[in-house]
Design a protein around this ligand. Sequence first.
Ligand SMILES: CC(C)(COP(=O)(O)OP(=O)(O)OC[C@H]1O[C@@H](n2cnc3c(N)ncnc32)[C@H](O)[C@@H]1OP(=O)(O)O)[C@@H](O)C(=O)NCCC(=O)NCCS
Length: 390
Amino acid sequence: MIEYRKMPPVAREQITHLEWKAFIPDQAEPQPPQENPQEEAGMARFGAFDDGRLAAQVNIEDRQAIIRGVEMTFGGIGGVATLPEYRRERLVAGLFRICFEYMHQAGIIFSALAPFSFPFYEKFGYAHAAQMHAYRFASRHLKPVRAPHGITFREFQPENDLEAVMAVQRSMARFGSRVLETRRYLQDNHDKHRYVFERGGTLIGFIEYDFGTSDDGKEQMAAHHTWFSCDECLPALVDLTHRFGSQREWIAWEVDPEIPLEYYITEPGKARRTRDGYMMVRVVDFPEFCRRVRVPLFAAEPVIIRVADPDCPWNEGTWKLTPVSGRLEIEASGREPEIGFDARHLSHALGGQLTANRLHRLGGLPCAADAAERFTRIFPPDSYVTYTGF
Ligand SMILES: CC(C)(COP(=O)(O)OP(=O)(O)OC[C@H]1O[C@@H](n2cnc3c(N)ncnc32)[C@H](O)[C@@H]1OP(=O)(O)O)[C@@H](O)C(=O)NCCC(=O)NCCS
């Protein structure tokens, strides 16, 4: 008999054993780490137990995001794992159900994760919602620009710089970057090389580098978290990246799609730019999501939808959505629905990558074109979405 429950942090040995089997089976079994209450803060762990034995787990980590104009806590799913001998017995499916229940009770209305497989998480109502540009180029092809006069850089000091870096990170919302790295991430991870950029004593930029080997065995430097509050900071970021990157033959640099990095690459034809951004999202509490988010002022007409979402039964029903001066009213309706969503299509239409209009034209949302249009005016494309991977 399988029992699903929230785990106390003390199941450490069993967790280490499970994570070994699931994530690093080619290595020797690691020792359980020391208890670290700080690491557990903001984390809820759920386990499927077979006669006291941990057979599968799913973790939920509190994360901050700016979603459709509102800063909110979302549930970051991680550590999804099942012991090999228990796989394909729907243990993770059972765990997701109690995780959704937990998030609902805890007031967490939105969830995101980095998938190993899109179809697997689509089964639980998640939809792809992220977009990033990943550049890779020879370090000699980065223009040796100089930081503009008055902009300086130095190493990041978490104790002094943390709040200012969080503010700069938040300003990236203008590019659509909507998920914030946590303070804890910036305080930890000391293996990263982190720098801040200042002008007149004000912190205006941040970047993080790490050194490693690419999939094709080349030594490369990777740049992440390119955050800046004013455009003048970008040449300064390029200047530092050029200086540091010359230690490696290759540079890999992940940025929001709108950041014009090509401008600084001398041979853009030889640089590789791939579309990255693999995060998936799910709306856990649809009625509350509607009440919280901002909607465009040009959305003026109501639409009636039906939601089928057995994993989150509080989302199910026929709902009338009425935009009123940038806010959305939601009420249960007895009228005939104009659009029927399952959980995955709802997450697609709200996540920003694929609108209801698009889904309709692609054949994924049977409804009248006019209804898809009204829904899309309420939830328009939100295409520059960069859910930070975690
Ligand atoms: C991926 C993993 C967690 C799945 O766990 P599980 O307990 O076997 O999953 P479930 O039995 O609850 O599967 C739920 C559904 O997904 C399907 N499924 C299971 N494993 C799958 C896989 N690897 N790929 C695609 N679908 C899969 C099941 O058939 C089931 O489908 P159904 O709803 O149509 O019946 C497990 O195989 C594992 O631990 N893998 C190694 C670690 C890993 O990759 N974790 C993911 C990190 S993002």
